[in-house]
Design a protein. Structure first.
Length: 210
Protein backbone atom coordinates (compact mmCIF):
# COMPACT_ATOMS: atom_id res chain seq x y z
CA UNK A 1 0.00 0.00 0.00
CA UNK A 2 2.85 2.37 0.85
CA UNK A 3 4.47 1.74 -2.52
CA UNK A 4 1.16 2.26 -4.31
CA UNK A 5 0.61 5.51 -2.45
CA UNK A 6 4.08 6.73 -3.35
CA UNK A 7 3.48 5.86 -7.00
CA UNK A 8 0.15 7.72 -7.00
CA UNK A 9 1.76 10.80 -5.45
CA UNK A 10 4.47 10.61 -8.07
CA UNK A 11 1.93 10.48 -10.89
CA UNK A 12 0.03 13.43 -9.45
CA UNK A 13 3.23 15.40 -9.13
CA UNK A 14 4.14 14.63 -12.72
CA UNK A 15 0.71 15.66 -13.99
CA UNK A 16 0.85 18.93 -12.04
CA UNK A 17 4.24 19.76 -13.49
CA UNK A 18 3.14 18.98 -17.04
CA UNK A 19 0.02 21.10 -16.63
CA UNK A 20 2.21 24.00 -15.56
CA UNK A 21 4.65 23.30 -18.42
CA UNK A 22 1.93 23.39 -21.07
CA UNK A 23 0.49 26.61 -19.67
CA UNK A 24 3.88 28.33 -19.58
CA UNK A 25 4.83 27.04 -23.03
CA UNK A 26 1.63 28.47 -24.49
CA UNK A 27 3.07 31.90 -23.61
CA UNK A 28 6.85 31.49 -23.76
CA UNK A 29 7.38 28.40 -25.88
CA UNK A 30 9.02 25.16 -24.86
CA UNK A 31 12.49 26.69 -24.78
CA UNK A 32 11.22 29.16 -22.21
CA UNK A 33 10.61 26.40 -19.68
CA UNK A 34 12.92 26.71 -16.71
CA UNK A 35 13.20 23.50 -14.69
CA UNK A 36 13.54 25.45 -11.47
CA UNK A 37 10.61 27.73 -12.28
CA UNK A 38 8.41 24.77 -13.14
CA UNK A 39 9.29 23.00 -9.93
CA UNK A 40 8.36 26.11 -7.94
CA UNK A 41 5.13 26.66 -9.86
CA UNK A 42 4.10 23.04 -9.34
CA UNK A 43 5.04 23.11 -5.66
CA UNK A 44 7.60 20.32 -5.85
CA UNK A 45 11.24 20.19 -4.87
CA UNK A 46 13.95 20.25 -7.51
CA UNK A 47 14.97 16.76 -6.46
CA UNK A 48 11.38 15.62 -6.93
CA UNK A 49 11.35 17.28 -10.34
CA UNK A 50 14.49 15.52 -11.51
CA UNK A 51 13.02 12.21 -10.41
CA UNK A 52 10.68 12.60 -13.39
CA UNK A 53 12.96 14.26 -15.97
CA UNK A 54 16.69 14.12 -16.38
CA UNK A 55 16.84 16.42 -19.39
CA UNK A 56 14.86 19.25 -20.93
CA UNK A 57 14.10 17.51 -24.22
CA UNK A 58 12.21 14.71 -22.50
CA UNK A 59 10.21 17.28 -20.54
CA UNK A 60 9.37 19.03 -23.81
CA UNK A 61 8.27 15.78 -25.44
CA UNK A 62 6.11 14.89 -22.45
CA UNK A 63 4.58 18.37 -22.51
CA UNK A 64 3.57 17.84 -26.16
CA UNK A 65 1.96 14.54 -25.20
CA UNK A 66 0.10 16.15 -22.31
CA UNK A 67 -1.12 19.03 -24.49
CA UNK A 68 -2.33 16.58 -27.15
CA UNK A 69 -4.29 14.69 -24.50
CA UNK A 70 -5.78 17.91 -23.17
CA UNK A 71 -6.85 18.92 -26.68
CA UNK A 72 -8.45 15.53 -27.27
CA UNK A 73 -10.37 15.69 -24.01
CA UNK A 74 -11.56 19.29 -24.26
CA UNK A 75 -11.99 19.84 -28.00
CA UNK A 76 -12.30 16.51 -29.81
CA UNK A 77 -14.28 14.72 -27.11
CA UNK A 78 -17.17 17.23 -26.89
CA UNK A 79 -17.46 17.36 -30.68
CA UNK A 80 -17.89 13.60 -30.94
CA UNK A 81 -21.13 13.84 -28.97
CA UNK A 82 -22.72 15.68 -31.92
CA UNK A 83 -24.41 13.70 -34.71
CA UNK A 84 -22.01 12.43 -37.37
CA UNK A 85 -21.77 14.65 -40.42
CA UNK A 86 -21.78 18.39 -40.86
CA UNK A 87 -23.07 19.00 -37.33
CA UNK A 88 -20.11 17.16 -35.82
CA UNK A 89 -17.74 19.12 -38.02
CA UNK A 90 -19.19 22.42 -36.87
CA UNK A 91 -19.28 21.20 -33.26
CA UNK A 92 -15.53 20.60 -33.49
CA UNK A 93 -14.95 24.18 -34.60
CA UNK A 94 -17.19 25.49 -31.81
CA UNK A 95 -15.41 23.35 -29.20
CA UNK A 96 -12.10 24.80 -30.35
CA UNK A 97 -13.43 28.35 -30.04
CA UNK A 98 -14.78 27.55 -26.58
CA UNK A 99 -11.34 26.29 -25.56
CA UNK A 100 -9.82 29.60 -26.63
CA UNK A 101 -12.65 31.75 -25.29
CA UNK A 102 -12.55 30.10 -21.86
CA UNK A 103 -8.86 30.92 -21.51
CA UNK A 104 -7.90 27.32 -20.70
CA UNK A 105 -4.26 28.22 -21.41
CA UNK A 106 -2.75 31.61 -20.58
CA UNK A 107 -1.25 31.93 -24.06
CA UNK A 108 -4.35 30.69 -25.86
CA UNK A 109 -2.94 27.64 -27.65
CA UNK A 110 0.05 25.45 -26.86
CA UNK A 111 0.39 24.10 -30.39
CA UNK A 112 0.21 27.52 -32.03
CA UNK A 113 3.17 28.63 -29.89
CA UNK A 114 5.34 25.57 -30.31
CA UNK A 115 4.82 24.96 -34.01
CA UNK A 116 6.20 28.42 -34.73
CA UNK A 117 9.08 27.70 -32.35
CA UNK A 118 10.09 24.33 -33.82
CA UNK A 119 9.10 24.52 -37.48
CA UNK A 120 12.71 25.08 -38.60
CA UNK A 121 14.43 23.07 -35.88
CA UNK A 122 14.89 19.39 -36.74
CA UNK A 123 14.86 16.87 -33.94
CA UNK A 124 12.61 14.79 -31.73
CA UNK A 125 10.46 17.69 -30.50
CA UNK A 126 9.97 19.00 -34.05
CA UNK A 127 8.86 15.54 -35.16
CA UNK A 128 6.42 15.10 -32.29
CA UNK A 129 4.85 18.52 -32.82
CA UNK A 130 4.58 17.85 -36.56
CA UNK A 131 2.88 14.53 -35.88
CA UNK A 132 0.35 16.18 -33.58
CA UNK A 133 -0.46 18.81 -36.21
CA UNK A 134 -0.81 16.16 -38.95
CA UNK A 135 -3.14 14.09 -36.77
CA UNK A 136 -5.30 17.14 -36.07
CA UNK A 137 -5.56 18.03 -39.77
CA UNK A 138 -6.32 14.42 -40.63
CA UNK A 139 -9.07 14.29 -38.02
CA UNK A 140 -10.78 17.35 -39.49
CA UNK A 141 -10.37 15.88 -42.97
CA UNK A 142 -12.02 12.63 -41.86
CA UNK A 143 -15.00 14.53 -40.45
CA UNK A 144 -15.37 16.42 -43.72
CA UNK A 145 -15.17 13.18 -45.71
CA UNK A 146 -17.75 11.61 -43.42
CA UNK A 147 -20.13 14.52 -43.98
CA UNK A 148 -19.67 14.16 -47.76
CA UNK A 149 -20.38 10.42 -47.58
CA UNK A 150 -23.54 11.08 -45.56
CA UNK A 151 -24.71 13.58 -48.16
CA UNK A 152 -24.50 16.47 -45.70
CA UNK A 153 -21.82 18.23 -47.72
CA UNK A 154 -21.73 18.54 -51.51
CA UNK A 155 -19.99 15.67 -53.33
CA UNK A 156 -17.68 18.22 -54.99
CA UNK A 157 -16.11 19.20 -51.64
CA UNK A 158 -12.38 18.46 -51.35
CA UNK A 159 -11.97 17.20 -47.74
CA UNK A 160 -8.31 18.22 -47.49
CA UNK A 161 -9.00 21.73 -48.76
CA UNK A 162 -12.01 22.35 -46.52
CA UNK A 163 -10.16 20.93 -43.50
CA UNK A 164 -7.32 23.37 -44.19
CA UNK A 165 -9.73 26.31 -44.38
CA UNK A 166 -11.50 25.39 -41.15
CA UNK A 167 -8.23 24.94 -39.30
CA UNK A 168 -6.82 28.21 -40.61
CA UNK A 169 -9.91 30.16 -39.52
CA UNK A 170 -9.68 28.62 -36.05
CA UNK A 171 -5.99 29.35 -35.75
CA UNK A 172 -6.42 32.99 -36.76
CA UNK A 173 -8.50 33.55 -33.62
CA UNK A 174 -5.42 33.11 -31.44
CA UNK A 175 -3.61 36.08 -32.97
CA UNK A 176 -6.57 38.38 -33.55
CA UNK A 177 -8.30 37.87 -30.22
CA UNK A 178 -5.14 38.52 -28.21
CA UNK A 179 -3.51 41.22 -30.28
CA UNK A 180 -6.30 43.62 -31.18
CA UNK A 181 -9.74 42.17 -31.89
CA UNK A 182 -10.70 40.59 -28.56
CA UNK A 183 -13.85 38.45 -28.31
CA UNK A 184 -15.03 39.67 -31.73
CA UNK A 185 -12.48 37.33 -33.30
CA UNK A 186 -14.39 34.35 -31.89
CA UNK A 187 -17.62 35.64 -33.39
CA UNK A 188 -16.02 36.20 -36.80
CA UNK A 189 -14.35 32.78 -36.85
CA UNK A 190 -17.56 31.02 -35.85
CA UNK A 191 -19.61 32.85 -38.48
CA UNK A 192 -17.02 32.32 -41.22
CA UNK A 193 -17.02 28.53 -40.81
CA UNK A 194 -20.79 28.37 -40.30
CA UNK A 195 -21.48 30.30 -43.49
CA UNK A 196 -18.98 28.17 -45.41
CA UNK A 197 -20.60 24.94 -44.23
CA UNK A 198 -24.15 26.15 -44.84
CA UNK A 199 -23.20 27.09 -48.40
CA UNK A 200 -21.84 23.59 -49.00
CA UNK A 201 -24.63 21.71 -47.22
CA UNK A 202 -27.60 20.43 -49.28
CA UNK A 203 -29.74 20.85 -46.15
CA UNK A 204 -28.58 24.07 -44.43
CA UNK A 205 -31.27 23.57 -41.78
CA UNK A 206 -28.96 21.03 -40.16
CA UNK A 207 -26.87 23.98 -38.98
CA UNK A 208 -27.70 27.13 -37.02
CA UNK A 209 -28.62 30.19 -39.06
CA UNK A 210 -26.13 32.37 -37.17
Amino acid sequence: MTQDGRRLRGLRSRETILQQAVGLASVEGLDGLSLGRLAAAAGVSKSGFFAHWRDKEQLQLDAVEWAARQWTEQVVGPALSAPAGVRRLFALHEARLTFYGDGVLPGGCFFFAVQAEFDDRPGAVHDRVARAMREWQEFIRRLVAEAVTLGELAASVDPAQLAYEIDALGEMVIIHSRLYEGPAALVHARRAVLQRLRALCPDPALLPED
